[in-house]
Design a protein around this ligand. Structure first.
Ligand SMILES: [Fe+2]
Length: 214
C-alpha cells in the first residue's frame, strides 16, 4: 500500500525535522527511530470526518507565524514541516478533549487536538500515534500523563513543563521528550501554540477515537 502523497510528504518532513533536532543516541532520538522504523510500513488509509473545534480559529495564525519562522536558517526544517502540516490539517478531526481537568472555564474553546496517524487519523494503526495540539493564546493545557513515551516538536512559541519543574520554551523546531508516565503540561504565550506529538506505542491505545492527545 502507498500513502497518499500529502501524508507521505508530512511524515517525511516530520522525520527530517525530528532527526535534525534530536541529539544522536539520546532518548529522544531513540524514540523517533522506534516510531519511524514502524512507519516504514504504511498502515490502512482512512478518512476522518473533519471536525473544527472552536480553537481551530487559531490554526491560520499559527501556520502564518510558523511560515514566517522560515527566515531563521536553523529552523528551516520546521517551517517546511508547518507547510506540509497545513496541507493535511483541514482534513483532520480537530476536537477538544473532555477529560482534562482545567481551572480555565474557557479551556474547551481554547484547545483542540487532532490525530494524524493512529485511530481517528488519516492512517489507522496501533503501533504509532502522531497528532497535533493547538492552544489559543494564554492557555494552559493542564498536567497529564500517559504510558507511552512522547516526543513533541514545537511549531510555535510556547512552553512545556514536566512535573514541578520550570517551564521551558523549545522554540519553533525545538523538541520536548516525555519519558513514559511523566506528568507534563503546555502553556501558550500571546501567540497560539502549535505542536506535533509522536508516540511509539508499547501497546495498542485504549483511547476512544476523538480523545486525541497522546
Ligand atoms: Fe502528552
Amino acid at each position: 500500500m502507498q500513502r497518499p502523497q500529502p501524508l507521505a510528504d508530512f511524515l517525511a518532513c516530520l522525520a527530517a525535522s525530528l532527526k535534525a533536532a534530536a541529539e544522536p543516541g539520546s532518548p529522544t532520538a531513540l524514540a523517533v527511530d522506534r516510531a519511524f522504523d514502524r512507519l516504514a510500513t504504511p498502515g490502512t488509509a482512512a478518512t476522518p470526518r473533519p471536525d473544527r473545534a472552536p480553537a481551530t480559529q487559531w490554526l491560520a495564525p499559527a501556520f502564518a507565524a510558523a511560515k514566517r519562522g522560515a527566515v531563521a536558517p536553523d529552523r528551516g526544517a520546521a517551517a517546511n514541516l508547518a507547510s506540509a502540516f497545513a496541507a493535511i490539517a483541514p482534513g483532520l478531526a480537530w476536537q477538544a478533549r473532555t477529560d482534562r481537568r482545567s481551572s480555565d472555564p474557557n479551556f474547551p474553546n481554547a484547545h483542540a487536538n487532532a490525530v494524524i496517524v493512529g485511530a481517528g487519523g488519516l492512517e489507522e494503526r496501533s503501533d504509532v500515534r502522531i497528532g497535533a495540539s493547538l492552544l489559543a493564546p494564554h492557555t494552559e493545557y493542564p498536567d497529564h500523563s500517559h504510558p507511552p513515551e512522547e516526543v513533541y516538536i514545537a511549531l510555535s512559541s510556547g512552553m512545556w513543563r514536566q512535573n514541578d519543574g520550570p517551564w521551558r520554551a523549545p522554540g519553533p523546531g525545538g523538541l520536548i521528550y516525555n519519558p513514559p508516565n511523566i506528568v507534563h503540561a503546555m502553556l501558550s504565550d500571546a501567540a497560539p501554540l502549535l505542536a506535533i506529538w509522536t508516540l511509539p506505542m508499547s501497546a495498542p491505545s485504549t483511547r476512544p477515537t476523538g480523545q486525541a492527545h497522546g
